[in-house]
Design a protein around this ligand. Structure first.
Ligand SMILES: Cc1cc2nc3c(=O)[nH]c(=O)nc-3n(C[C@H](O)[C@H](O)[C@H](O)COP(=O)(O)O)c2cc1C
Length: 191
Protein backbone atom coordinates (compact mmCIF):
# COMPACT_ATOMS: atom_id res chain seq x y z
CA UNK A 1 0.00 0.00 0.00
CA UNK A 2 1.34 3.47 -0.85
CA UNK A 3 1.76 5.99 1.94
CA UNK A 4 -0.88 8.77 1.98
CA UNK A 5 0.50 12.11 0.69
CA UNK A 6 -1.19 13.97 3.53
CA UNK A 7 -3.40 12.96 6.38
CA UNK A 8 -7.09 13.61 5.98
CA UNK A 9 -6.85 16.25 8.73
CA UNK A 10 -4.03 18.08 6.90
CA UNK A 11 -6.04 18.07 3.70
CA UNK A 12 -9.26 19.11 5.48
CA UNK A 13 -7.39 21.92 7.17
CA UNK A 14 -6.12 23.18 3.79
CA UNK A 15 -9.65 23.07 2.39
CA UNK A 16 -11.07 24.94 5.38
CA UNK A 17 -8.25 27.49 5.46
CA UNK A 18 -8.80 28.71 1.89
CA UNK A 19 -10.66 32.03 2.03
CA UNK A 20 -12.04 34.40 -0.54
CA UNK A 21 -9.98 37.41 0.48
CA UNK A 22 -8.84 40.67 -1.04
CA UNK A 23 -6.66 41.46 1.95
CA UNK A 24 -3.43 41.30 0.02
CA UNK A 25 -0.25 43.32 -0.48
CA UNK A 26 -0.69 45.02 -3.86
CA UNK A 27 3.00 45.92 -4.02
CA UNK A 28 4.47 42.43 -3.54
CA UNK A 29 4.56 40.49 -6.81
CA UNK A 30 3.67 36.84 -7.12
CA UNK A 31 6.54 35.09 -8.97
CA UNK A 32 5.40 33.82 -12.40
CA UNK A 33 6.83 30.36 -11.58
CA UNK A 34 4.33 30.05 -8.73
CA UNK A 35 1.49 31.12 -11.01
CA UNK A 36 2.59 28.47 -13.51
CA UNK A 37 2.63 25.80 -10.81
CA UNK A 38 -0.90 26.77 -9.78
CA UNK A 39 -2.19 26.74 -13.35
CA UNK A 40 -0.75 23.27 -13.85
CA UNK A 41 -2.76 22.08 -10.84
CA UNK A 42 -5.93 23.25 -12.57
CA UNK A 43 -5.30 20.80 -15.43
CA UNK A 44 -5.40 17.90 -12.94
CA UNK A 45 -9.11 18.38 -12.30
CA UNK A 46 -11.46 15.68 -13.57
CA UNK A 47 -12.43 16.27 -17.19
CA UNK A 48 -15.04 14.05 -18.83
CA UNK A 49 -14.07 13.28 -22.45
CA UNK A 50 -10.70 14.97 -21.85
CA UNK A 51 -11.69 18.11 -23.71
CA UNK A 52 -9.22 20.29 -21.74
CA UNK A 53 -11.46 23.36 -21.92
CA UNK A 54 -9.58 25.64 -19.51
CA UNK A 55 -7.72 28.76 -20.59
CA UNK A 56 -5.79 31.14 -18.34
CA UNK A 57 -4.42 34.63 -18.90
CA UNK A 58 -2.21 36.36 -16.35
CA UNK A 59 -2.27 40.13 -15.85
CA UNK A 60 0.32 42.03 -13.82
CA UNK A 61 1.59 45.61 -13.75
CA UNK A 62 -0.14 47.92 -16.23
CA UNK A 63 -1.81 44.88 -17.77
CA UNK A 64 -4.31 44.95 -14.88
CA UNK A 65 -5.48 48.45 -15.80
CA UNK A 66 -5.71 47.37 -19.45
CA UNK A 67 -7.87 44.46 -18.36
CA UNK A 68 -10.15 46.84 -16.46
CA UNK A 69 -10.41 49.30 -19.37
CA UNK A 70 -11.13 46.45 -21.76
CA UNK A 71 -13.83 44.94 -19.56
CA UNK A 72 -15.40 48.39 -19.15
CA UNK A 73 -15.40 48.81 -22.96
CA UNK A 74 -17.19 45.47 -23.29
CA UNK A 75 -19.71 46.57 -20.67
CA UNK A 76 -20.42 49.75 -22.65
CA UNK A 77 -20.75 47.76 -25.90
CA UNK A 78 -23.13 45.30 -24.22
CA UNK A 79 -25.05 48.14 -22.53
CA UNK A 80 -24.30 46.45 -19.21
CA UNK A 81 -24.02 48.27 -15.87
CA UNK A 82 -24.25 51.95 -15.04
CA UNK A 83 -21.44 54.53 -15.17
CA UNK A 84 -20.46 53.82 -11.55
CA UNK A 85 -20.10 50.09 -12.13
CA UNK A 86 -18.05 50.66 -15.27
CA UNK A 87 -15.77 53.13 -13.48
CA UNK A 88 -15.21 50.64 -10.67
CA UNK A 89 -14.36 47.96 -13.22
CA UNK A 90 -11.64 50.18 -14.75
CA UNK A 91 -9.59 50.08 -11.53
CA UNK A 92 -10.76 47.04 -9.57
CA UNK A 93 -8.08 44.68 -10.90
CA UNK A 94 -5.37 46.88 -9.39
CA UNK A 95 -6.36 45.48 -6.00
CA UNK A 96 -4.14 42.43 -6.50
CA UNK A 97 -0.58 42.14 -7.86
CA UNK A 98 -1.69 39.29 -10.12
CA UNK A 99 -4.99 38.80 -11.88
CA UNK A 100 -5.84 35.53 -13.56
CA UNK A 101 -8.66 35.41 -16.06
CA UNK A 102 -10.00 31.89 -16.49
CA UNK A 103 -11.95 30.99 -19.60
CA UNK A 104 -13.73 27.90 -20.84
CA UNK A 105 -13.98 26.49 -24.35
CA UNK A 106 -17.49 25.71 -25.56
CA UNK A 107 -18.66 22.29 -26.78
CA UNK A 108 -21.15 21.65 -29.54
CA UNK A 109 -22.84 19.00 -27.40
CA UNK A 110 -25.09 20.67 -24.79
CA UNK A 111 -24.20 18.29 -21.95
CA UNK A 112 -20.49 18.41 -22.69
CA UNK A 113 -20.69 22.19 -22.84
CA UNK A 114 -22.00 22.17 -19.26
CA UNK A 115 -19.38 19.59 -18.29
CA UNK A 116 -16.62 21.74 -19.78
CA UNK A 117 -17.54 24.49 -17.37
CA UNK A 118 -17.75 21.98 -14.49
CA UNK A 119 -14.22 20.84 -15.32
CA UNK A 120 -12.93 24.40 -15.41
CA UNK A 121 -14.60 25.17 -12.07
CA UNK A 122 -13.03 22.05 -10.54
CA UNK A 123 -9.67 23.20 -11.91
CA UNK A 124 -10.13 26.62 -10.33
CA UNK A 125 -10.67 25.00 -6.95
CA UNK A 126 -7.42 23.04 -7.41
CA UNK A 127 -5.68 26.32 -8.20
CA UNK A 128 -7.17 28.09 -5.17
CA UNK A 129 -6.22 25.26 -2.83
CA UNK A 130 -2.70 25.30 -4.27
CA UNK A 131 -2.54 29.05 -3.66
CA UNK A 132 -3.60 28.47 -0.05
CA UNK A 133 -0.90 25.82 0.34
CA UNK A 134 1.67 28.37 -0.92
CA UNK A 135 0.44 30.93 1.61
CA UNK A 136 -1.21 33.12 -1.04
CA UNK A 137 -4.51 34.95 -0.67
CA UNK A 138 -7.01 34.45 -3.48
CA UNK A 139 -10.41 35.71 -4.50
CA UNK A 140 -12.67 34.08 -7.12
CA UNK A 141 -14.82 36.78 -8.60
CA UNK A 142 -17.42 36.52 -11.35
CA UNK A 143 -16.70 38.41 -14.55
CA UNK A 144 -19.14 41.26 -15.26
CA UNK A 145 -19.85 39.54 -18.59
CA UNK A 146 -19.19 35.93 -19.53
CA UNK A 147 -19.08 36.84 -23.22
CA UNK A 148 -16.79 39.84 -23.48
CA UNK A 149 -15.25 39.90 -26.97
CA UNK A 150 -12.56 42.50 -26.23
CA UNK A 151 -11.47 40.78 -23.04
CA UNK A 152 -11.39 37.39 -24.78
CA UNK A 153 -9.15 38.83 -27.46
CA UNK A 154 -6.89 40.56 -24.93
CA UNK A 155 -6.56 37.23 -23.11
CA UNK A 156 -5.69 35.41 -26.32
CA UNK A 157 -8.77 33.19 -25.95
CA UNK A 158 -11.05 32.15 -28.81
CA UNK A 159 -14.07 34.32 -29.65
CA UNK A 160 -16.51 31.55 -28.61
CA UNK A 161 -14.91 30.95 -25.20
CA UNK A 162 -16.69 32.08 -22.03
CA UNK A 163 -15.18 33.81 -19.05
CA UNK A 164 -15.56 31.80 -15.85
CA UNK A 165 -13.52 33.61 -13.22
CA UNK A 166 -11.44 36.66 -12.48
CA UNK A 167 -9.01 35.48 -9.80
CA UNK A 168 -7.20 37.97 -7.59
CA UNK A 169 -3.92 36.54 -6.29
CA UNK A 170 -1.43 38.02 -3.85
CA UNK A 171 0.40 37.71 -0.56
CA UNK A 172 -1.96 38.21 2.36
CA UNK A 173 -1.72 41.28 4.57
CA UNK A 174 -4.70 40.45 6.74
CA UNK A 175 -7.11 37.61 7.41
CA UNK A 176 -10.84 37.14 6.96
CA UNK A 177 -13.08 35.11 9.25
CA UNK A 178 -14.51 31.97 7.67
CA UNK A 179 -18.19 32.34 6.79
CA UNK A 180 -20.42 29.84 8.57
CA UNK A 181 -21.24 26.74 6.61
CA UNK A 182 -24.49 24.79 6.82
CA UNK A 183 -24.19 21.25 8.02
CA UNK A 184 -24.20 18.87 5.08
CA UNK A 185 -27.40 16.96 4.60
CA UNK A 186 -26.89 13.46 3.27
CA UNK A 187 -29.77 11.31 2.14
CA UNK A 188 -28.92 7.64 2.52
CA UNK A 189 -30.68 4.89 0.70
CA UNK A 190 -29.43 1.47 1.64
CA UNK A 191 -31.96 -0.91 0.28
C1 LIG B 1 -18.64 30.79 -9.21
C2 LIG B 1 -18.25 31.74 -8.10
C3 LIG B 1 -18.32 33.10 -8.29
C4 LIG B 1 -18.00 33.99 -7.29
N1 LIG B 1 -18.09 35.34 -7.53
C5 LIG B 1 -17.86 36.21 -6.54
C6 LIG B 1 -18.00 37.60 -6.76
O1 LIG B 1 -18.24 38.05 -7.88
N2 LIG B 1 -17.82 38.44 -5.71
C7 LIG B 1 -17.53 37.96 -4.46
O2 LIG B 1 -17.44 38.77 -3.53
N3 LIG B 1 -17.33 36.64 -4.23
C8 LIG B 1 -17.50 35.77 -5.23
N4 LIG B 1 -17.31 34.42 -5.01
C9 LIG B 1 -16.76 33.98 -3.72
C10 LIG B 1 -17.85 33.69 -2.70
O3 LIG B 1 -18.45 34.90 -2.32
C11 LIG B 1 -17.20 33.00 -1.49
O4 LIG B 1 -16.72 31.74 -1.89
C12 LIG B 1 -18.19 32.82 -0.34
O5 LIG B 1 -18.51 34.08 0.22
C13 LIG B 1 -17.64 31.93 0.77
O6 LIG B 1 -16.43 32.47 1.28
P1 LIG B 1 -15.09 31.61 1.31
O7 LIG B 1 -14.73 31.30 -0.14
O8 LIG B 1 -14.05 32.48 1.97
O9 LIG B 1 -15.34 30.37 2.07
C14 LIG B 1 -17.60 33.51 -6.02
C15 LIG B 1 -17.52 32.12 -5.82
C16 LIG B 1 -17.84 31.25 -6.84
C17 LIG B 1 -17.75 29.75 -6.60
Amino acid sequence: MTEPLATFEQFASLVRTRRTSLLMDRGRPVPPELVEQLCRLAVWAPNHKKTWPGRVAEFTGDGRARLGETMAADMVAADFGDAGKRDKTRTKYLRAPTMLVVGCAPHENELLDIENRDAVAAGIQNLLLGATALGLASFWSSPALTSAPRVLELCGFDAGDRLVAMIYLGWPDGSCPAPDRPDISISRVTG
